[in-house]
Design a binder for this molecule. Structure first.
Ligand code: SAH
Length: 243
């Protein structure tokens, strides 16, 4: 049995504003997870965050089969917002799409936008499942922010309404043999294509838009999931929230 004064080992994202002394009713799923899966009991602690008010140590006040309550005791980490960096990517196979959402969350993307491109293989995504992956990734990586995962939308429509003050970093696989570019600062968005790459008309359109930086990610062709991780990491190294 864990001592009550221990720092919580488990972290939960709650859709409920947190603050000193705040009492939170647990959903059925969270109650199941805490009491049946983790076998925690009244008096034990969990770390909780709501995406806006940092991380809190919370104590289990009541526990039941279908519910329970937590009380926030002390703030254990301040809120940290990621830099204003979006990831636009064309969904690929399910496991690889899940991977992209998970890694984008860990690497500090502020928003994740699945886009349908000319050569996108998948017609639809399960936005709720992908959002749940982002929540899980934030819970396990110690983040205090959960990026919003948008619904699938056509890239062309997104570009129609694009605010050009947000720099668009276009990972263009045809530029493989060019030097590493200087990446623009936030607000920015990275765009990664599907397995089939971008069509000629998409490439022309992107290259002709104001505020677009076409970039090479090195001399080899990366899979889309690798390309997403590489581009996010390069941007974070150059412009991001490393202190
Ligand atoms: N089928 C394409 C490759 C697609 S790779 C071909 O054979 O050319 C999937 C996506 O990852 C690309 O659309 C691009 O956005 C990104 N990507 C992969 N390797 C890259 C590289 N070396 N430089 C820039 N972008 C790259």
């Amino acid at each position: 049995m864990a001592a009550h004064s221990e720092q919580a080992k488990h972290r939960l994202y709650l859709e409920h504003a947190l603050g000193q002394g705040q009492v939170i009713d647990l959903s059925r799923d969270h109650a199941h997870y805490l009491f049946n899966v983790l076998r925690l009991s009244v008096g034990q602690r969990v770390a909780v965050f709501d995406g806006q008010n940092g991380e809190w140590q919370a104590e289990i006040v009541t526990s039941g089969k279908r519910g329970g309550t937590l009380r926030c005791l002390t703030q254990s980490a301040p809120q940290r917002m990621p830099p204003d960096l979006w990831l636009l990517f064309a969904p690929i196979k399910k496991a690889r799409t899940d991977f992209i959402v998970e890694k984008a969350t860990e690497l500090g993307a502020a928003r994740i936008l699945p886009v349908q491109t000319d050569f996108t293989n998948s017609e639809r995504i399960r936005q709720d499942r992908l959002q749940a992956h982002a929540v899980e990734a934030a819970e396990q990586c110690g983040g205090t922010y959960v990026p919003q995962v948008a619904d699938l939308q056509p890239l062309s429509r997104l570009l129609d309404g694009w605010d050009t003050s947000r720099a668009l970093i276009f990972a263009d696989e045809t530029l493989r043999d060019t030097p590493a570019p200087a990446l623009p600062p936030a607000p920015a968005a990275i765009v990664i294509g599907p397995e089939g790459g971008f069509s000629a008309s998409e490439r022309d359109r992107l290259r002709s838009m104001a505020g677009v930086t076409p970039v090479s990610l090195g001399p080899r062709i990366l899979r889309a999931d690798t390309a997403a991780v590489a581009a996010l990491t390069l941007w974070q190294a150059a412009q991001g929230d490393w202190e």
